[in-house]
Design a protein around this ligand. Structure first.
Ligand SMILES: [Zn+2]
Length: 191
């Protein structure tokens, strides 16, 4: 009986997470990877969500998911937002688990949604979609080419490309004029 209850709870969590991913406009294959639900089941959830949601309409994104870390270097704001999100992921222990299993645990995906939603509160004008956030978490979880590091000049966390010699400090230090506009306090919280 307890095993049945446990499975029921996990199925409910799986569906709840799938709805959150739909609300964040994650692609079908991302939702399938994160929840283990079939494509057909996800399409039905999309229809149910569209009919019953009272919030803003969600787009159903198609095509390939983001696969370029260069996206997070497009501007100072991209860099700072990526560092903020990565710091939140690291504090919640989500950068240690991403590559250890063939598929993520549903509890970790739920936690990732919590972190991403907290990030949206910190950065309401976010340049980072859920899919970009998921990719960022995967890339940093590998801890090879890209790592979350301390800026040698200001101690803030930033995303460093280990194969590049430059830049050698964070975007905030390279572009001091952006400090007042982007609120460095949130990125220095763990100094
Ligand atoms: Zn710095």
């Amino acid at each position: 009986m307890r095993i049945t209850d446990c499975r029921y709870d996990r199925d409910r969590l799986r569906l709840a997470v799938a709805y959150r991913l739909i609300a964040h406009e994650a692609r079908t294959h991302t939702i399938r990877h994160c929840t283990g639900l079939s494509g057909d089941r996800i399409r039905k959830l999309y229809r149910h969500y569209a009919l019953n949601s009272h919030g803003p309409a969600v787009r159903r994104r198609r095509g390939k998911s983001p696969r370029q870390m260069s996206y997070f270097r497009r501007s100072v704001e991209h860099e700072l937002q990526a560092a903020t999100l990565a710091t939140l992921l690291a504090h919640c222990g989500l950068l240690q688990r991403t590559q250890r299993l063939p598929a993520p645990r549903i509890e970790d995906v739920a936690c990732f949604c919590d972190v991403y939603e907290a990030f949206l509160c910190v950065c309401p004008l976010s340049l980072i979609s859920f899919e970009h956030a998921w990719y960022l978490g995967q890339a940093l979880g590998r801890r090879d080419e890209f790592i979350l590091a301390r800026c040698p000049d200001c101690c803030a966390t930033w995303i460093r490309d280990t194969l590049d010699l430059l830049p050698c400090n964070c975007a905030n230090c390279r572009h001091p004029a952006s400090r007042n506009a982007t609120g460095p306090e949130s990125r220095r919280a763990d100094c």
